[in-house]
Design a protein around this ligand. Structure first.
Ligand SMILES: *[C@@H]1O[C@H](CO)[C@@H](O)[C@H](O)[C@H]1NC(C)=O
Ligand SMILES: *[C@@H]1O[C@H](CO)[C@@H](O)[C@H](O)[C@H]1NC(C)=O
Length: 988
């Protein structure tokens, strides 16, 4: 910026600034005064600054966060990290001349940093502003910053380029810029920071692709180099080998290509190398064998070829990840010699031969995944010798022989996937009942014997798949004790006897596959507890009796196959209520009239082979006694229905075919917004019907559990990208909005992927579902108490206030409702679903002052929308007011009990007006607008007297928010303040 010919406004600004500065100077006589002024400037909801009081007999040196030089009591360090303070960067602190270290980590410091605003801080040695909500470009630091050793700006929302001036700090040792939203390239100037020990720029997925300059090798004092997800392309420079002090090298999740340079073997201090998820090729450089300090090596998800040499395998790894490459050959026995090995991932390669015989013998092996290779031979017997093995994954190989006896003593096992091998013999009794088992998949082997009744001890099992073996005998009723079971597949064995009728006690069951066995007896009839069941396959058995009508009431059943049994009786009419994707009752002994709802062509193949059935509608089945001369009109209506039905079934089948691995085109782009340990394909492969949890206006929502155990909520949008501009707009709007946002009360977008066949958004999965579901469901959890409801109210208000006031441009949510407020593990509310959010700016730019297009959900829509058709921040405030009323009353916005034409707002408002203002003496139930709170407060709560007081006040905030006229409604920021004022002092 030039000051030679300042334009008038600049001049004024400049004058104002210097005036302001001199004002500050005049009052900075004592450091105590400075601290007190900063205290007054910051919002301090946790009261961390409460002991910053003058004249209390305690000098500032004894105040929280302040450290003084012991000799002369001058302030040298201020540490306000985790104080939870809100407000702009308190630059005034830098006026304390003796201050060397200033840390404000993990607060709510907002706004931008400017070159001028930082200038007073040039004498600092340490400046830490990480984990705040700063926005905008990074400022240039003036050349006066000669003392700075540590600069930490991680975890903010900074954008734009990293200024070249960041390469000019003469003494800088630590520079942390990870977790922002920079859009520029890797700044070559950083390679001038010759004193640097720690450089991190990771997790900036928005950075412009650029190469890692060869000059990086000049930083010979570097010990930590974190450049994961930084947009790096091209080769890893040979000069990397010059970083002889380096302990930790992380270049993962970039687009680096070419070979791993041989020079990497010169990193003699290195303990950890992370190069996963790049496009590296060629063989593993043999020089890695020189790295005697190396403990963790992750080269997974690249295109590496060749073998794992004995030299490299001889390193004492703690963890070695080579999965998802093109490696082959055998695994050297010496790999088992590491005394430290915990974690070995070799999956998705072409390794062959047997596993090292002594694997697990010398270390406390915890996690072994060698799946999808060409391994042969027996499973090593020492895997669990360290009594620590929790995850054992060997599927998709040719392992043979028995399950090692030692595994049945392996109490630590929880995730076991041995499917698709050639294992044989019996499964030891004790193995079935290992207490921590969550997943046991041993299908498609050659195992035999029976399922032991000891299985009841494995009562945390979620998935048990033993299909495609030669198991026999009866299924023990102890299996009904596995109350967490979601998937049970015993198909394709030789089981006999009855299906245990207690199996209906498995309330969480989603898939039950028992086909191709020799089960006899009847289908258990008390199935109404199977509310989660989506798939039931009992085909190819010897079941008799009739089909339980209650099957028709199962809410999510969409796959029903009872074919090839000896079932008799009529088809229950109730079955027509199911929304079936797969329906097969063929080859039984069913008889009678096919129920009207199933008497259509698309169901025909599922009804064949039941000679006793008759149809009034379908040619292939022999006709029932027909009604005479149906009118022409009826015939037309019927055929239209058939057409519609066939159409939708075909459409459904098409969708299904796509979902079930109809070849996905790999033409899509993936953007991740935080560290992710999976690929787009992993997620795509999981978008199956059984993972479907909801279907909304813009698409299906799936719950996807990744191999890593991480759970995501994945939204798959309708339609192809080019065909439907409308849904494309929804998609982009969500991505643009959510990708930018980091706030504790807003759901995080983890990654997205867009392309012709792939338009998905992956969010973190929020455990406790939506506020609406909890509040209007059966189990209230902590929400049975008012304080928990209050913190939901306050948290969501924070989230919305952030959208309205801290995002540039401001974001109007457009569909605030209790179903869009999700509750995480700690029951902290997270605002979700920006499907309708659009930034105000774009419409302003287009000449409208507010939004167009329909928005909102019935019951939450502000009254002015009816005549203005415009949505503003104030419409969100109205909807939020409705949510507050829901929290107080526990009723839905359109509860039928309100009577005709009345919604929750009218109901509460009328209660407020009709109630006498004078209280009846003690005033206990008489707060807020004179409403008799007893009438409207959710009867399921049991509020204390002080709760009642607070509810009354929250009610008045709710009524303000739902004022008929937008102008009377407070801003969201004001709502936050009003809510916070409600808290009786002393409470957090
Ligand atoms: C800090 O407080 C302790 C006792 O609480 C007192 O002895 C000490 O003199 C105080 N130090 C200063 C610098 O005020
Ligand atoms: C920063 O936060 C404070 C306190 O929460 C608020 O008053 C102020 O308006 C915010 N400033 C910006 C630029 O958002």
């Amino acid at each position: 910026m030039t000051f030679l010919a300042p334009k008038p406004p600049l001049l004024i600004l400049f004058c104002a600034l210097s005036l302001c500065l001199s004002y500050v100077m005049a009052f900075s006589a004592g450091d105590t005064q400075i601290l007190l002024r900063v205290k007054a400037q910051l919002d301090d909801p946790k009261g961390k600054l409460n002991d910053w009081v003058p004249g209390s007999g305690r000098s500032p040196c004894n105040w929280t966060g302040i450290t003084c030089e012991p000799n002369n009591f001058s302030i040298v360090s201020i540490n306000m990290s985790d104080f939870g303070v809100h407000g702009a960067f308190p630059v005034r602190l830098c006026l304390i001349r003796t201050l060397q270290s200033l840390s404000l980590s993990n607060n709510y410091i907002n706004g931008t940093l400017s070159t001028q605003s930082l200038t007073p801080c040039s004498h600092l040695h340490v400046l830490e502003l990480d984990l705040n909500i700063l926005v905008g470009q990074l400022p240039d630091f003036s050349p006066e910053f000669t003392e700075l050793r540590v600069l930490n700006l991680e975890g903010n929302n900074f954008t734009g380029d990293i200024p070249a001036s960041f390469g000019r700090f003469p003494q800088l040792q630590v520079l942390k810029l990870s977790g922002n939203l920079f859009t520029g390239p890797f700044p070559p100037s950083l390679t001038n920071l010759s004193e640097l020990i720690h450089l991190s720029l990771a997790d900036n997925p928005t950075m412009k692709p650029s190469v890692l300059p060869a000059e990086i090798g000049n930083l010979t004092k570097l010990e930590w180099l974190y450049l994961s997800l930084t947009g790096l392309t091209g080769h890893i420079p040979d000069s990397i080998g010059n970083l002889v002090s380096l302990k930790n090298l992380d270049l993962s999740q970039n687009s680096l290509s070419g070979k791993i340079p041989e020079s990497i073997g010169s990193l003699r201090s290195v303990q950890q190398i992370e190069l996963f998820l790049n496009q590296l090729s060629g063989e593993l450089p043999e020089s890695i064998a020189n790295l005697t300090s190396l403990q963790n090596l992750d080269l997974s998800q690249n295109g590496l070829t060749g073998k794992l040499s004995a030299g490299i395998a001889g390193i004492h790894f703690v963890s070695l990840h080579l999965n998802d490459n093109l490696l082959d050959g055998s695994v050297p026995e010496i790999l088992a010699s590491s005394p430290d090995m915990l974690n070995l991932h070799l999956f998705n390669n072409s390794f062959s031969g047997s596993l090292p015989e002594n694997l697990g013998r010398n270390s406390a092996l915890q996690d072994l995944d060698v799946s999808t290779n060409k391994f042969t031979g027996q499973l090593p017997q020492y895997l669990c010798s360290g009594k620590n093995l929790s995850s054992l994954v060997t599927f998709g190989n040719q392992f043979s022989g028995n399950l090692p006896q030692t595994l049945s003593e392996c109490q630590s096992l929880s995730y076991v996937r041995l499917e698709q091998n050639e294992l044989s013999g019996e499964v030891p009794d004790k193995f079935w009942g290992l207490p921590l088992l969550a997943d046991l998949r041993i299908h498609n082997n050659r195992l035999n014997g029976s399922v032991s009744s000891s299985i009841s001890a494995a009562n945390g099992l979620v998935a048990l798949t033993i299909s495609g073996n030669s198991f026999s005998g009866e299924l023990p009723p102890q299996i009904c004790k596995l109350s967490e079971l979601e998937e049970l597949d015993v198909s394709g064995n030789h089981f006999s006897g009855e299906v245990p009728s207690c199996i209906t006690e498995l309330k969480k069951l989603q898939k039950l596959r028992m086909q191709q066995n020799m089960f006899t007896g009847e289908i258990p009839s008390h199935v109404s507890s199977w509310t989660q069941l989506t798939e039931l396959n009992l085909s190819k058995n010897q079941l008799s009796g009739s089909i339980p009508p209650a099957l028709g009431d199962l809410p999510v059943l969409n796959y029903l196959d009872l074919s090839d049994n000896f079932l008799t009786g009529e088809i229950p009419v109730d079955l027509a209520k199911l929304k079936l994707g797969q329906f097969n009752l063929s080859d039984n002994k069913l008889y009678g009239k096919i129920p009207a709802g199933l008497d259509y062509e698309p169901f025909a193949s599922g009804l064949m082979g039941n000679p006793g059935l008759c149809s009034s509608n379908m040619k292939p089945v022999h006709p029932c006694q027909r009604r005479k001369s149906p009118t022409v009109v009826l015939a037309i209506i019927l055929s239209i229905c058939v057409l519609l039905l066939v159409g939708s079934v075909l459409w459904y089948l098409k969708i299904r075919a796509q979902a079930f691995g109809g070849k996905p085109k790999r033409l899509y782009s993936v953007t991740s917004f935080q560290r992710v340990g999976f690929s787009g394909d992993d997620v795509l492969a999981s978008l199956t019907n059984e993972n479907l949890i909801a279907t909304g206006g813009s698409g299906h929502v799936y719950r996807v559990k990744l191999k890593s155990g991480q759970i995501l909520a994945v939204k798959k949008l309708w339609g192809g990208s080019s065909k439907e501009p409308e849904s494309e707009a929804v998609f982009r709007s969500e991505v643009e909005t959510l990708g930018r946002i980091r706030h504790g009360n807003i759901v995080k977008l983890v990654f997205c992927c867009s392309g012709e066949d792939c338009r998905i958004l992956a969010y973190e999965y929020i455990e406790n579902g939506s506020l609406g579901d909890v509040l209007h469901g059966e189990k209230l959890g902590p929400l049975v108490d008012w304080p928990a409801r209050f913190s939901v109210a306050l948290g969501s208000a924070h989230g919305l206030a952030y959208l309205h006031h801290d995002c540039v441009p401001a974001i109007v949510h457009r569909d605030v409702k209790s179903n869009n407020i999700l509750l995480d593990k700690e029951w902290t509310p997270r605002v979700a679903d920006f499907g309708l959010a659009k930034t105000l700016e774009r419409d302003v730019a287009a000449g409208h002052s507010s939004m167009s297009r329909v928005a909102g959900s019935y019951g939450y829509i502000a009254p002015e929308y009816a005549y203005t058709l415009k949505v503003t921040e104030k419409s969100d405030v109205y909807s939020f007011g409705v949510v507050l009323l829901e929290l107080i009353t526990g009723k839905r916005p359109n509860d039928l009990s309100f009577g005709e034409n009345k919604d929750i707002v009218k109901w509460v408002t009328e209660a407020a007006l009709s109630s006498p203002f004078s209280s009846d003496g003690d005033g206990e139930h008489d707060e807020g607008c004179g409403v008799d709170l007893g009438q409207i407060v959710d009867p399921r709560m049991n509020p204390s007297t002080s709760d009642f007081e607070e509810i009354g006040k929250v009610l008045s905030v709710a009524l303000l928010c739902t004022s008929a006229f937008p102008i009377n409604r407070p801003s969201m920021r004001r709502v936050v303040e009003l809510l916070k004022d409600q808290k009786p002092s002393g409470q957090k």
